[in-house]
Design a protein around this ligand. Structure first.
Ligand code: ZN
Length: 437
């Protein structure tokens, strides 16, 4: 058995008056997902445990079966993994933005979306001026960088800079939430202030200023954490190897800690113009070599953040027609069976343009093993022979439920009910769950 998760980031939404009381998933033309729902089994999944913000990093970690309260260590450490940087034992990692401050207020969190090459020069400069063996900056992408601090304590209240544009930076400087983190908090505040003294006069910033662009005149460390203690998926589930395909560093990093190999796909942008066909082909190539592929597509989330309902519908149709369809056509010719799950990590509401913590719809489908010759190689034929069912590793028969289409509402009638924690990934890998009779 091979295993594939197709994750449509932020795909779930709510019923909208402008869509005749339907959601974008209900309106979108998605014959492939609907067929997988019809021939598979559905349910709802709580991906954001209580007390956590509905971020993609939380939801993806959670749906892969990890305990967020124990294993989420902040963005810095996740992005470090996707950058190929090992967070050493005893170090604290923090996301370190290059930001623009004007008149003492945070103008933007991105230093006007500074280029990676400009940022790289500034990060080198910061290392020379402020760095040491125990305090190292690493260049990431655009405004998103990394700070490694030996002996740092993560018990800090750090403000995400994208949440506070227009706020005086002095009001939202890092603070300790426990006295034992006071030294780290003080050091981060000093670093921010020192960076504000030395960055404005750097040639990169002088050149940006001359061109009328925002300057990167401050650093902003946040989301601190340590090296995550995540067990690779292959040590918990019946797979030996796997890959992660995503244009988003946080997801790639999560995959790396889960023991998956990150695969680069040319033209994978994280936007609606992403290379769907290339991602589908990469997933097929990886599935041939490995047991498991985690395929993440960001496009619907971005469309939702723009509040663009039409675009969101189109991204869901692209996922169905340009990504899932070619994968189904390919695996229909294979002798080995494939389990496919399709789900969003969290809903993103076009109405509010933000993520929600609501349970998400999911489907799990298993292609019938060992009868490739008997199946149609192309077109909308059924892979499933009614009445037979497929034996799962748990020893139970996998028999489809009554759900006929895939959306937020149809899955409420599904076999699995509402799952949480590790239950979804166990069901996906065919291990027993509370849903089993
Ligand atoms: Zn997301």
């Amino acid at each position: 058995m091979k295993y594939l998760i197709v994750l449509g980031d932020g795909m779930a939404d709510e019923a909208m008056e402008t869509l005749g009381g339907k959601s974008p998933m209900q309106v979108a033309f998605t014959p492939c997902m609907d067929r997988l729902a019809r021939e598979g089994r559905c349910g709802r999944l709580i991906t954001v445990p209580e007390g956590f913000p509905p971020g993609s990093e939380i939801a993806n970690l959670s749906l892969l079966g990890y305990d967020v309260s124990k294993q989420f260590e902040g963005r810095g450490s996740l992005e470090a993994a996707s950058m190929g940087i090992d967070v050493p034992e005893g170090y604290m990692a923090a996301r370190c933005n290059l930001i623009c401050i004007q008149d003492g207020k945070i103008k933007n969190h991105s230093a006007g979306h500074i280029s990676t090459s400009e940022a790289g020069e500034l990060i080198d400069f910061l290392n020379k001026e402020l760095g040491s063996e125990d305090l190292v900056f690493h260049t990431g992408v655009s405004y998103r960088h990394l700070l490694l601090l030996k002996g740092g304590n993560k018990e800090l209240d750090c403000t995400p800079p994208h949440d506070v544009s227009g706020t005086a930076f002095a009001e939202v400087l890092p603070r300790a939430v426990h006295p034992r983190a006071e030294q780290t908090a003080r050091l981060l505040r000093e670093l921010i202030l020192r960076s504000q003294e030395i960055l404005p006069a750097h040639p990169v910033n002088l050149a940006r200023k001359a061109r009328g662009l925002d300057t990167a005149n401050s650093i902003w460390p946040w989301s601190p954490g340590y090296r995550p203690a995540m067990l690779p998926l292959r040590e918990k589930y019946p797979i030996r190897s796997g890959s992660v395909i995503s244009a988003v560093d946080l997801i790639k990093g999560t995959g790396v800690y889960a023991g998956l190999e990150p695969i680069e796909v040319p033209g994978a942008t994280g936007l609606y113009d992403t290379n769907y066909e290339g991602k589908a082909q990469a997933a097929i190539d990886e599935l041939k070599k490995k047991d498991f592929v985690f395929l993440h597509v960001e496009a619907s989330d971005e469309a939702s953040h723009e509040g663009n309902v039409d675009l969101k519908i189109r991204t869901i149709e692209y996922l169905d027609q340009r990504l899932i369809r070619p994968i189904l056509e390919e695996i229909s010719t294979w002798d080995e069976a494939v389990t496919i799950a399709v789900l969003p990590d969290h809903p993103t509401y076009c109405r509010t343009k933000t993520h929600a913590a609501e349970a998400v719809p999911f489907l799990i489908y298993r292609s019938d093993a060992g009868s490739a010759q008997a199946r149609p190689t192309k077109g909308p034929g059924s892979f499933f022979s009614p009445g037979t069912g497929i034996l799962e590793p748990s020893g139970k028969l996998f028999v489809p439920d009554a759900v006929q289409v895939f959306d937020e509402f149809s899955v409420r009638e599904g076999f699995y009910g509402t799952l949480q924690g590790e239950e979804f990934i166990r069901a996906f890998f065919g291990l027993s769950t509370k849903a089993d009779p």
